[in-house]
Design a protein around this ligand. Structure first.
Ligand SMILES: O=C(O)CCc1c2[nH]c(c1CC(=O)O)Cc1[nH]c(c(CC(=O)O)c1CCC(=O)O)Cc1[nH]c(c(CC(=O)O)c1CCC(=O)O)Cc1[nH]c(c(CCC(=O)O)c1CC(=O)O)C2
Length: 345
């Protein structure tokens, strides 16, 4: 019986620099794929799609089959946890998510954390079905939104806002915000634990709204809650690697990398390779960060940028990814081109 091979992505997350970096892309499943749009058209709505294991499994596998990605990322959404915690979540076509708005921590604490996670049983069913379909070389990444980003959607009540309401809570109601985030942390810890128990090989925490925060607030709402969540997961016995993605962290990235306990850092589109290599300890794996808009344009400037990023991180454990999710209008040929350059030079 041969040694069950470890996916290259997991070896890199273990600190090994790979000659050819493993690659996957945020939002690789979803609207840029015609096969997703066909499947999606058969669902009642997006939430129903995420709660239907046969559909979510198929959506997760589509980009792996089409591109030979080195990882599958669970087809779910960062807002499912709010739905499970009792705040109705809806995704309005062309509007994005709508969430029942909270005005205090009491509004979010109605459903016990473990019970909330139990409500997401269809997601764990998807994880185990995907795992059964993947080859031994392909990693399966589970994920959740980070405490600040998830709490922000509950405070704002929707996407596509200027985030000022949540920011004002951070400045003016820090204790109330901390109480909200503590509820989110506990529910998210149970949610991620169950994803790992169902077969996830790694986890990713999306702090998608970490950008632009004053450094004192960044410490309070990004670093401290992430550290709490990572510590809680380790206490629960979770040993898989954890990728932290503080989008827009900029100069606060090194402190995030040092303080939170994450295994690896997801870099956003604005990351600067020389800064990353100077400020993030050499053995710490990094992931990213091609601009999703350049992936739409393609051409020689895309080719050059891909080669530049591969070269910039060639001396350290690096997972090639985008700096944020794939846009719906991304040409499939450009995704294929990126993989070809990474794998064939
Ligand atoms: O604008 C806003 O604030 C809300 C954005 C929004 C969310 N889910 C959404 C929407 C509406 C939309 O994308 O049109 C709704 C949403 N989530 C997802 C999709 C599929 C797609 O992108 O076409 C969609 C569109 C679904 C549809 O309309 O059919 C699925 C999703 N969300 C997410 C992930 C994890 C990943 O990115 O790989 C994944 C899985 C993708 C995969 O399996 O390959 C994570 C997610 N969802 C969400 C966020 C918040 C921030 C952001 O979107 O930039 C984030 C984190 C992030 O992308 O930084 C919330």
């Amino acid at each position: 019986m041969g040694q069950a091979s470890t996916p290259k992505l997991i070896s890199v997350l273990g600190g090994e620099a790979a000659k050819v970096p493993p690659v996957w892309m945020m939002r690789q499943a979803g609207r840029h794929l015609p096969e997703y749009l066909e499947l999606r058209s058969r669902a009642k709505d997006f939430l129903d799609f995420c709660y239907t294991p046969s559909m979510a499994t198929e959506a997760t596998l589509q980009p792996v089959r089409r591109y030979g990605m080195d990882a599958a990322i669970l087809f779910a959404d960062i807002l499912l946890i709010l739905d499970a915690m009792g705040l109705g979540v809806e995704f309005e076509k062309g509007v994005g998510p709508l969430v029942q708005q909270i005005d205090s921590a009491a509004d979010l604490g109605k459903v016990r954390a473990k019970k909330a996670a139990d409500r997401l049983a269809p997601v764990y069913e998807t994880v185990s079905r995907v795992k059964a379909e993947l080859s031994a070389e392909t990693a399966l990444i589970g994920f959740a939104g980070s405490p600040w980003t998830v709490s922000l959607y509950a405070i704002e009540g929707r996407g596509k806002t200027d985030k000022s309401l949540a920011w004002r809570w951070a400045h003016g109601r820090p204790d109330e915000l901390a109480a909200v985030m503590d509820h989110v942390i506990e529910a998210t810890a149970h949610y991620l634990l169950k994803q790992v128990e169902a077969g996830a090989d790694a986890l990713m925490l999306f702090d998608s709204w970490a950008e632009g925060l004053p450094n004192n607030i960044f410490r309070e709402v990004i670093i401290a809650p992430t550290k709490k969540l990572v510590t809680r997961l380790r206490e629960m016995g979770v040993t898989v690697p954890i990728i932290g993605f503080p989008r827009g962290a900029a100069a606060m990235l090194p402190e995030y990398a040092r303080e939170t306990g994450v295994t690896a850092i997801g870099l956003d589109t604005a990351a600067v390779p020389s800064f990353v290599n100077a400020e993030i300890v050499a053995g710490m794996p990094v992931q990213g960060h091609l601009d999703p808009l350049l992936l739409i344009e393609g051409g020689s400037r895309m080719d050059a940028r891909v080669r530049e990023l591969v070269e910039a991180y060639s001396g350290r454990p690096h997972i090639f990814n985008l700096g944020h999710g794939i846009r719906p209008e991304t040409p499939i040929g450009n995704v294929e081109r990126v993989l070809k350059i990474i794998r064939e030079g």
